[in-house]
Write a protein that binds this ligand. Structure first.
Ligand code: SF4
Length: 334
């Protein structure tokens, strides 16, 4: 596998990570929104729509990102042409590509879709290449989490960027490196063959050996932890196995014990049709039937429809009951 700066966040978790050559829908959406962002910044509003049909939320996220990056540049030049944003980074086989360069501010911006993750090592690599290119000793990276409408700013000295990147690259090039199951396993090309994952999955029954005794698992905290870690890996395998079984059944093959079931899609009335009858039905009963509106949607509506001098009424926001869920803190095969 050739070393790309975009793989650094994953390699920082597992030095054996290998990018899946078939990107999933989330990665495809990320690339499409990057392209749309470049088009918007260049004043070509529709270019990326040729291969991707963005939703209203996508367009809103990209427009927010473009406004934010311009604001961060504070009127100075913003470079977004892909070929001008390539960054050669020492020690890497392939260059990186930032989404926007703000040279006068010694900064770059990178659009990220989906949830907030750690991109420190990737940003450090970009910063390292850009510091060399601009003869700078410090660099700023703005992570633009466009779905969450949040900016995370990271600042690097040359030494810090070099140390951060060097540590991950050294682990990646270590011939003795071992796979470390992590949050990125689901995106890894080796996810179905990785020995560390196989060992974890095998624990599901091993922890209760010699025979499967669930009470014994529940009564022992160490066994309980191992069992849950094994189930997390088995869950991934189950999803993949279900997809394969669905395909084969659709093609007319037999999978003993399994069949396809078709459920009727849900019935609904679209909001435009409801709007046509809202006077007769009454606003109150219709709104009550729709139920509560998420605070974020209400904030967005307020920002879009109210005059800017009218402050958002924070007192209207209710806070639901906090929920407690179980989350894996660190995958383990000990
Ligand atoms: S599947 Fe294996 S190699 Fe890939 S990230 Fe997970 S532990 Fe690492």
């Amino acid at each position: 596998m050739s070393l790309r700066p975009s793989a650094l966040p994953k390699l920082a978790e597992c030095a054996c990570y290998e990018a899946d050559p078939n990107p999933g829908p989330a990665a495809e959406r990320g690339s499409a929104l990057d392209a749309l962002f470049r088009s918007r910044m260049a004043g070509h509003p529709d270019q990326a729509e040729m291969f991707f049909e963005p939703t209203e939320a996508d367009l809103d996220a990209v427009d927010w990102a473009a406004t934010t990056v311009r604001a961060l540049a504070g009127g100075t030049e913003v470079i977004t042409r892909e070929q001008d944003c390539r960054i050669d980074i020492p020690g890497f086989d392939k260059p990186g590509t930032a989404d926007a360069l703000i040279p006068d501010k010694l900064a770059h911006a990178d659009l990220k879709t989906g949830q907030k993750r750690n991109y420190r090592e990737q940003m450090a690599a970009y910063a390292l290449g850009l510091m060399e290119q601009h003869f700078a000793s410090e660099w700023t990276a703005h992570l633009i989490f466009c779905d969450r409408k949040e900016v995370v700013t990271l600042r690097f000295s040359f030494e810090e960027a070099k140390r951060l990147v060097g540590a991950v690259v050294a682990r990646y090039r270590d011939p003795q490196k071992q796979p470390t199951p992590c949050d990125y396993c689901g995106w890894c090309a080796k996810r179905e063959t990785c020995p560390a994952r196989m060992a974890l999955a095998a624990q599901a029954t091993e922890v209760a050996a010699p025979s499967f005794d669930f009470e014994a698992v529940l009564s022992d905290n160490v066994k309980l932890g191992k069992f849950l870690s094994a189930c997390a890996v088995l869950d991934d395998f189950r999803e993949r196995a279900e997809a394969v079984a669905r395909e084969r059944l659709q093609a007319g093959h037999e999978i003993p014990g399994w069949k396809l079931v078709t459920r009727r899609g849900p019935e609904f009335v679209d909001h435009v049709s409801v709007g046509q009858h809202i006077q007769a039905l009454g606003f109150g009963p219709v709104l009550a039937a729709y139920g509560n509106l998420g605070a974020k949607k209400f904030r967005d509506l307020w920002a879009a429809r109210m005059p800017s001098e009218k402050p958002f009424p924070e007192e209207l926001v209710h806070h639901g009951k906090a929920t407690i869920s179980l989350r894996q803190s660190k995958q383990t095969n000990q």
